[in-house]
Design a protein around this ligand. Structure first.
Ligand code: ADP
Length: 322
C-alpha cells in the first residue's frame, strides 16, 4: 500500500477534523501518500480529490464540521455508481480507504470493499452514539456538552417564569444524548426511544412536582421518542395539566456544530491513528472503536448488523430517582 484515501460521509460531527488530521499525519509519518476525498462517496464518484500534506491539516483540530465536506450520495447505493468510484480510485492510484461516518457510511463501505477488493477501515463519527463496536462515537461528547449548555440557559428562563419546558434533542433512534443531557441537566423527566413512557405517567410525575412547589420543570424528549416528539407530548400534557405555562424548544442543528471537546479530539486522534495502522497491518472491512480505554476492531458487518443499547440500567434507574 502506497497511497490511502480519506473521506467523511453522512451526518457531520465535531471531531471529524481532528480525525482527518490524525489519519493524514500518521499516514505521512509511515511513508504513505494521502488523498483527501471531498463530499463523501459523492467525491469518489466525481473524482473530487486533493493530495494532502502535513500542512493541509494545520489548524483544524479545534474546528467543528469537516474540511473534507460531507454528502449523502444516492448513486453510491448502486453497483454502477460504485464501479465509477472504483475506477476513479484506480486511476488516482489509491490503494485503501479510511471512511469516517455512521451506519450508512459503513453499509456503503461494506458493499464497496466486497465488490471491488479495496481495503477499507471505518471510523465511527456521529453525534448519535448509535454504533456497535465503540462505547463512544466521535462528536457525541461535544453534542452532550452543547445540549447541557442550552438546557442551563433554558432553565434560567423556565425558573423565572414558572414554565414547563419540553426540550427536544437529537440522536435519531438512540436516546444516548437525551439520557446523558437529562441527567447532567437535572431534567424532571426524560423520554427515550428505547423506553415507553405513558403520557399519563408523565403527567402524574409533573403533578407531584407541582405539589412540591417546583417553580419550573424541564422534560427532555429524544427526537426518536416513542410518543412522537416534543410538540406532540407538550400538547397532550397540556390537555390535562396546565399548572405551568408550557413551552417547547427543539434544539436542532446547533447540536452538530461547535469546537470539539478535549474528549472528542483525543478520541478522534486515537481512532485516526489506529485506522492507518490497521490498514498497514493488512486488515480490512473493519471498524476501529473505543472499548473501555482500549482501541478495538470490529468486523464492519458486525458493526452494522448489531444493535447495541448503550443506556446502562444504572443510569436509567438513577434518572428516575434524581
Ligand atoms: P450516516 O453514515 O451518518 O449513517 P447516511 O445514512 O446518509 O449517513 O449514509 C451516508 C452515505 O453512505 C449515503 O449517502 C450513501 O452514499 C452511503 N450508503 C448508505 N446506505 C447505503 C447502502 N445501503 N448501500 C450503499 N451505500 C450506502
Amino acid at each position: 500500500i502506497k497511497k490511502i484515501g480519506v473521506l467523511t460521509s453522512g451526518g457531520d460531527a465535531p471531531g471529524m477534523n481532528a480525525c482527518i488530521r490524525a489519519v493524514v499525519r500518521t499516514a505521512l509519518h509511515k511513508g504513505l501518500q494521502v488523498t483527501g476525498i471531498y463530499q463523501g462517496y459523492q467525491g469518489l464518484i466525481d473524482a473530487n480529490f486533493k493530495e494532502m500534506d502535513t500542512r493541509s491539516v494545520s489548524n483544524i483540530i479545534q474546528r467543528g464540521g469537516t474540511i473534507l465536506k460531507t454528502a449523502r450520495c444516492l448513486e453510491f447505493k448502486t453497483t454502477e455508481g460504485r464501479k465509477i468510484a472504483y475506477d476513479n480510485l484506480k486511476a488516482a492510484e489509491i490503494d485503501a480507504l479510511v471512511v469516517i461516518g455512521g451506519d450508512g457510511t459503513f453499509t456503503g463501505a461494506n458493499f464497496f470493499s466486497k465488490e471491488f477488493e479495496i481495503p477499507i477501515v471505518g471510523i465511527p463519527g456521529t453525534i448519535d452514539n448509535d454504533l456497535y463496536g465503540s462505547d463512544y462515537t466521535i462528536g457525541y461528547d461535544t453534542a452532550n456538552n452543547t445540549v447541557i449548555e442550552a438546557i442551563d440557559k433554558i432553565r434560567d428562563t423556565a425558573a423565572s417564569h414558572e414554565r414547563l419546558f419540553f426540550v427536544e434533542v437529537m440522536g435519531r433512534d438512540s436516546g444516548c444524548i437525551a439520557l446523558n443531557a437529562g441527567i447532567a441537566g437535572g431534567a424532571e423527566a426524560i423520554l427515550l426511544p428505547e423506553k415507553e413512557t405513558a403520557i399519563d405517567d408523565l403527567i402524574s410525575h409533573l403533578e407531584d412536582g407541582a405539589i412540591k412547589k417546583k417553580s419550573s420543570s424541564i422534560v427532555i424528549v429524544a427526537e426518536g421518542d416513542q410518543n412522537g416528539g416534543a410538540y406532540y407530548v407538550a400538547k397532550k400534557v397540556k390537555e390535562k395539566f396546565d399548572h405551568y405555562d408550557t413551552k417547547v424548544s427543539i434544539l436542532g442543528h446547533l447540536q452538530r456544530g461547535g469546537s470539539p471537546t478535549s474528549f472528542d479530539r483525543v478520541l478522534a486522534s486515537r481512532l485516526g491513528f489506529a485506522a492507518v495502522n490497521e490498514i498497514l497491518a493488512g486488515n480490512t472491512r473493519i471498524t476501529v472503536g473505543l472499548r473501555g480505554n482500549e482501541i478495538k476492531t470490529t468486523p464492519i458487518e458486525e458493526a452494522i448488523s448489531n444493535k447495541e443499547i448503550k443506556l446502562s440500567p444504572d443510569l436509567l434507574e438513577m434518572a428516575e430517582i434524581l
